[in-house]
Design a protein around this ligand. Structure first.
Ligand code: ACO
Length: 378
């Protein structure tokens, strides 16, 4: 007689951010330092990009060390033992080594002994991609706690004699702990897209399998970032505008329903132009690129982290994030902010957005602030 195995069905769940953190290099580099390196000025960089300074890694820092610092802060804020993490996703286009990926190195460093670990490379859109993927795995019921990290050290790949590129980028990492909850909250709109036809507009042509590194490729600077700035500029404004509108329409929301917009921090002029087109007022847009420059996949999670810690995000807020970058790729995600409680699911429906949710938010915030305080700005 044929025997059937019993399939245990898992219950679809919601995913909520319960921890957040950032990891930044020690060294801050002001615009004025570039005046000694290339033909530029503090005034040009500020007025064309909005950037004033950025953090740059030193010899003992790397994508993995920054990601590890961000992950530790996020775990502390979530009050979560690393052994309870099921999966680590590191969004990065600058892993410490081409092989292995950065994620297993982070996994080892933080002691997440029961976690899987994988990198996602969608350049500056990487964090949005990783968050949407992690959300899907939690919603499917197969994972409970996922650490999602965006980390990049593009300063290692810039040509420090190319003034149109070297002034733009900074290094850093941001992390969130995404946790399963029965509370109906978290992600409720998303768009992940790509247009490979624009691959040549922003790329590192050498060092991969198509053009392995040789003395000639290095002499030709093929291992540096090559970018058509004006073309990327136009693409970015168009994507920020269209993708924001698309995701709002998908969720059935109006622009006025958004409490906070957290765009990829590439250039203040790009953000201003897109926000004007969509009709999002400046006081609803989170900006910190003046202090960090474009940190690629790290820019959105660092901004999220600072938005939470500065009180710009409150339970129940609708938050929209949009990343765009090399590929070309872009990713937009809309989520409701609200830290879940230990209250049984049936009560959470009743209590969502009420004081008990707020008190958990405040507790997590206090833990995060203590963790940041004890480690300085790192
Ligand atoms: N200082 C002084 N002059 C400069 C500098 C500089 N740092 N960089 C460029 N210039 C010059 C150019 O050489 C050019 O001079 P020219 O007219 O004599 O040829 C002039 O300034 C104007 O150059 P543009 O490129 O037209 O300047 P623009 O106003 O477009 O600003 C910028 C350049 C800031 C790079 C802009 O195009 C931009 O931000 N593009 C998007 C870049 C971006 O965000 N990339 C990252 C995407 S995310 C990711 O995946 C990594």
């Amino acid at each position: 007689m044929r025997r059937f195995s019993t399939v245990r069905r898992v219950t679809p769940r919601y995913a909520q951010i319960v921890g957040w953190g950032k990891g930044l290099p020690v060294r801050a580099m002001h615009n004025r330092e570039f005046e000694a390196l290339v033909d530029t000025s503090d005034e040009w960089i500020r007025s064309r990009t909005g950037i004033v300074e950025r953090r740059i890694v030193g010899p003992n820092e790397s994508t993995v060390t920054l990601a590890t610092a961000a992950a530790r802060q996020a775990l502390a804020a979530a009050d979560l033992d690393p052994r309870r993490i099921d999966l680590i996703i590191v969004a990065t286009c600058t892993p410490d080594t081409l092989m292995p990926a950065a994620a297993p190195l982070v996994q080892q460093a933080i002691g997440a002994t029961r976690a899987g670990a994988i990198d996602v490379n969608a350049a500056c859109a990487g964090f949005a991609y990783a968050l949407v993927m992690a959300n899907g795995m939690i919603a499917a019921g197969t994972h409970h706690n996922i650490l999602v990290i965006g980390a990049d050290t593009l300063s290692r790949w810039v040509d420090w004699t190319d003034r149109s590129v070297c002034v733009l980028f900074g290094d850093g990492a941001g992390a969130v702990v995404l946790q399963a909850t029965d509370t109906p909250t978290g992600l409720f709109g998303a768009q992940l897209r790509a247009d490979g036809a624009g691959a040549g507009l922003l790329c590192v042509p050498g060092g991969g399998t198509r053009m392995p590194p040789t003395a000639e490729t290095i002499a030709a600077g093929a291992h540096f970032i090559h970018m058509d700035g004006p073309a990327v500029f136009k693409f970015a404004i168009q994507i920020l505008t269209e993708s924001t509108r698309d995701v709002l329409a998908q969720a059935g929301l109006e622009v006025g329903d958004i409490d906070l917009f957290v765009p990829h921090q590439a250039n203040k002029r790009i953000i201003d132009s897109a926000m004007r087109a969509v009709g999002i007022p400046e006081d609803k847009v989170f900006i910190n690129l003046d202090r960090y420059g474009n940190t690629s996949a790290a820019s959105i999670p660092i901004a999220l982290c600072e938005a939470i810690e500065s009180g710009r995000m409150r339970p129940g807020d609708n938050v929209l994030m949009c990343g765009f970058g090399a590929g070309l790729t872009w990713g937009t995600a809309l989520f409701q902010w609200g830290v879940p409680t230990d209250v049984p699911a049936s009560d959470q429906w009743r209590l969502a957005g009420q004081s008990i949710v707020t008190s958990h938010h405040d507790r997590a915030l206090a833990i995060a602030r203590r963790a940041v305080g004890s480690r300085g700005s790192r």
